[in-house]
Design a protein around this ligand. Structure first.
Ligand SMILES: [Zn+2]
Ligand SMILES: [Zn+2]
Ligand SMILES: [Zn+2]
Length: 146
């Protein structure tokens, strides 16, 4: 397999955190590490890894009472409740329900105590509806963890 020369990257704004930020990600909702997903010979998706502590919302609240439900990497999320008008329904992307990404599970090598172990990662994979704002970056400029 040839190495990709270009990364496809979609940037997302950080989650809105109302309470104290998650101590693991400082409210970013993602770990800061990135995962490379090959798409074809020369192009790879460069995706963020959701924070395993807060699940993507960036909040330190263990009950997640005040979180925006859409900010969690929940595969069962079925759209914003407050957008239930017919118009919003029509505009909403049926694949991502308006979040512009979908959570995807992957495995990565554990960088910590067990160098041979796999850890489960939850990736923020851009939905096809974000295609217009995807950026192409040369591989040399970007660092990836996996
Ligand atoms: Zn977090
Ligand atoms: Zn939350
Ligand atoms: Zn979408």
């Amino acid at each position: 397999m040839t190495e990709p020369t270009t990364y496809l990257v979609v940037a997302y704004p950080p989650p809105q955190v109302t309470g104290p930020p998650c101590p693991a990600c400082q409210g970013a909702g993602v770990t800061g590490e990135r995962y490379r997903m090959p798409t074809d010979a020369e192009l790879a998706l460069l995706v963020d890894v959701f924070c395993p502590v807060c699940g993507g919302c960036g909040s330190a609240d263990p009950d997640h009472a005040t979180c925006d439900p859409a900010s969690h990497a929940d595969p069962d999320f079925d759209g914003y409740a407050d957008l239930d008008s017919r118009e919003a329904e029509a505009e909403r992307c049926p694949s991502c329900h308006g979040r512009q990404w979908n959570p995807v599970q992957a495995f990565g090598l554990d960088h910590g105590e067990d160098p041979d172990g796999d850890i489960m990662l939850l990736l923020r994979v851009p939905c096809g509806c974000t295609e217009s704002r995807a950026q192409l970056l040369p591989v040399e400029d970007e660092e990836v963890a996996w």
